[in-house]
Design a protein. Structure first.
Length: 145
């Protein structure tokens, strides 16, 4: 499967392609989907992405999730960080873009990591207190102070 994916992507106008998720970690099972991150040389339209997903599903015989990597580190730094931590390179046509993506991702992620930690701690606190599905007024905890 990976050889077929490499062959497919090396014919496309892309900078690089990463396999991530269960297939990259060799933890895939019969229900696993294929997670692919693509950094496009030019902005793809929705039809291009849809066609590529259909091609990927035909090649792999699995459901395919395609993530556009262009500026993903700004839009979803946590997903970007998880992808880069556990990925397998399928194709790199533009090594400079690949290196820039990784460098920018790490800079962006570590600049924002303290905020992610605070959000995670607040989430677990709400979960522990049974407040996860409740809504709060802004400043509720401080109204009677």
């Amino acid at each position: 499967m990976k050889a077929n994916l490499k062959r497919y992507f090396c014919q496309k106008e892309i900078a690089f392609v990463l396999l991530f998720g269960s297939f990259a970690k060799n933890e895939a099972h019969h229900l696993s989907d294929v997670d692919i991150g693509v950094y496009f040389l030019k902005e793809p339209d929705i039809l291009d992405i849809g066609e590529m997903v259909l091609d990927l599903e035909e090649i792999t015989g699995k459901r395919a999730d395609l993530v556009v990597l262009n500026d993903l580190y700004k839009k979803n730094p946590l997903l970007s960080f998880n992808i880069i931590q556990n990925h397998e390179v399928l194709c790199v046509k533009d090594k400079e873009k690949y290196v820039d993506f990784k460098a920018n991702l790490y800079l962006w992620y570590f600049d924002h990591e303290p905020l992610f930690r605070i959000q995670k701690e607040a989430f677990y606190e709400r979960l522990k207190n049974g407040d996860l599905a409740k809504t709060f007024e802004i400043g509720r905890k401080y109204k009677n102070s």
